[in-house]
Write a new protein. Structure first.
Length: 299
């Protein structure tokens, strides 16, 4: 099956660029900025070149260029102008657009080129906060609206995972750990969204703590094994889609009974599934965080 996205509806363009369909139509009719194509059954669609052009037009517009002015610029010069502005100003939106294009084209070379250019300006943790977190939010919305396929999502997240692992390994290979505190990072049963947890692991290691990363879908019972090896343990988990709303309360109760008997043991949690419970009523030894940033500040 061919998963490359090369035909876009006007709704797809709205989802991908954030520009309202109504505005796209005005730009198209008044300034001839886009030329929609038609299928054999006369259904309008836009090709990949139109999507890329719209991203560039939007970028110029957000950087002070009027649409009437952009419409007069030679089409081949628009990407050049965008690169010049990006080199002199805020890179975030340009980089996110480039990563989205890389995702849609399954273009690893564009991903690496964009990432390397960011490294010239930013440290890895800043790239994650400023670029990767907003990018992942957009990808989630694009997947939910069926604008991209599962193949697109897996392609880009595997590349992001690779960068987190490489940067974590760099720190671990150079660092001597003298901390008595051990963090154990894991995801609950059937939870597979691990990028956020992987970055938290990177930050924990960078601050000199012992960290054990267990990854996806770990049963509660198996966590007890860690307490035989370490005296002071902080379990840390990220609830993105699991446990489900109706099961979170029981999960927390079970964790409390099974793992928080030792006063030196704690449980730190974050993720959108926590919105379904009252975090002010968590058992002693448990802490909830609203974001990765707020958790990292506590380290």
């Amino acid at each position: 099956m061919n998963n490359i996205k090369n035909r876009f509806s006007i709704k797809d363009l709205e989802n991908l660029t954030g520009i309202k369909a109504h505005t796209i139509r005005i730009w198209e009719k008044r300034y001839n900025l886009l030329e929609p194509k038609r299928t054999e059954t006369n259904i309008r669609y836009y090709d990949l070149a139109s999507f890329q052009k719209l991203l560039n037009v939007s970028y110029l517009n957000n950087n002070g260029f009027k649409i009437s002015k952009i419409a007069t610029i030679d089409e081949k010069k628009i990407p050049v102008l965008v690169r010049e502005i990006a080199a002199e100003s805020n890179l975030e939106s340009h980089a996110i657009n480039a990563f989205k294009l890389a995702m849609l084209n399954f273009d690893q070379a564009l991903f690496y080129k964009t990432y390397e250019s960011l490294l010239e300006e930013k440290a890895f943790h800043d790239i994650f906060y400023d670029i990767f977190i907003p990018l992942l939010t957009e990808i989630g919305l694009l997947w939910q609206t069926d604008t991209i396929s599962t193949a697109h999502e897996h392609f880009i997240t595997s590349l992001l995972r690779q960068k987190i692992l490489i940067n974590t390994e760099k720190i671990q290979s150079q660092q001597t750990n003298n901390s008595t505190k051990t963090f154990v990072l894991y995801l609950p049963d059937n939870e597979i969204h691990e990028l956020g947890l992987m970055f938290i692991n990177h930050q924990i290691v960078s601050k000199g703590y012992q960290s054990i990363f267990l990854g996806q879908s770990v049963p509660l019972e198996s966590l007890t094994d860690l307490q035989r090896y370490y005296d002071e343990v902080i379990y840390l988990s990220y609830f993105t889609i699991k446990p489900e709303k109706e099961h979170i309360a029981k999960y927390i109760t079970d964790f409390d009974k099974l793992l928080l008997k030792n006063p030196k043991t704690e449980f730190w949690i974050l993720g959108q599934m926590l919105n379904s419970i009252d975090i002010d009523k968590l058992p002693s030894g448990m802490r909830a965080f609203k974001s990765i940033q707020s958790l990292i500040k506590e380290l």
